[in-house]
Design a protein around this ligand. Structure first.
Ligand code: HEM
Length: 193
């Protein structure tokens, strides 16, 4: 279920986990740490380096509007329009899935990266994988999810269940990729002392 083939839309070699770790580490020097996940996803969608900052800003802009319709603004709509042109250009299912991934995966991983950097700086220094695992236990980026059952919305407390990536058939298929990105950003932080 979690093989890289699920993500091999455009440049398949970009979707391997080791690549995400080194790509995140290389981007961490020039992009805000919380935005590195968005930048990694955009790079794998073959966004040109010259268009990366704009794509990251647009990804962050739509994330605030996702999924709660009440937050949709003209700015968020304009950002979606630019991302369709960049990641499409057809306004089709595949493009919507890429944009959805930016909003959902990019933001959750950005929160993990920020919290893990705080954890790393608070010390004592341990292996980055341990810092990330401690962070997921103490500050999971996604704390609840929802299901519709018999016309009612059931809220599932993932934090209480200690299931930061969910569970079962709808569990997060991007868990390993998220951990690789976070590890790459922390590698860069540790490396830069
Ligand atoms: C720290 C980062 C992340 C966290 C905490 C996280 C958490 C989750 C959780 C809890 C779910 C299940 C939601 C539910 O059961 O309703 C989920 C679903 C999903 N995640 Fe992640 N995720 C993260 C990063 C990523 C990344 C990096 C990707 C892709 C590269 C990704 C792709 C997806 C997809 C496609 C789904 C929908 C799965 C389905 O409905 O079958 N996520 N994520």
């Amino acid at each position: 279920m979690h093989d890289d083939a699920r993500w091999s839309s455009r440049s398949s070699n970009c979707w391997s986990r080791p690549t995400w770790r080194s790509l995140a580490a290389s981007l961490a020097g020039s992009i805000d740490a919380r935005d590195v996940p968005l930048a990694v996803l955009c790079t794998c969608f073959e966004v040109e380096p010259t268009a990366l900052q704009r794509a990251v800003e647009d990804g962050r802009a739509i994330a605030t509007a996702y999924p709660l319709d009440s937050d949709v603004t003209d700015d968020a709509d304009a950002a979606v329009g630019r991302l369709v042109a960049l990641l499409g250009p057809a306004a089709d299912e595949a493009t919507a899935a890429r944009i959805g991934l930016l909003a959902q995966a990019g933001t959750a991983t950005g929160v993990l990266v920020e919290s893990a950097l705080e954890e790393l700086r608070a010390g004592p220094a341990g292996a980055v994988e341990q810092v990330i695992s401690d962070t997921l236990e103490r500050k999971p980026p996604v704390t609840v999810t929802r299901r519709e059952r018999a016309g009612r919305t059931v809220v599932l407390d993932l934090a209480a269940a200690q299931l930061p990536f969910g569970h079962g058939p709808r569990a997060c298929p991007g868990r390993e990729h998220a951990l690789a990105i976070a590890a790459g950003v922390l590698d860069a932080a540790v490396g830069s002392g």
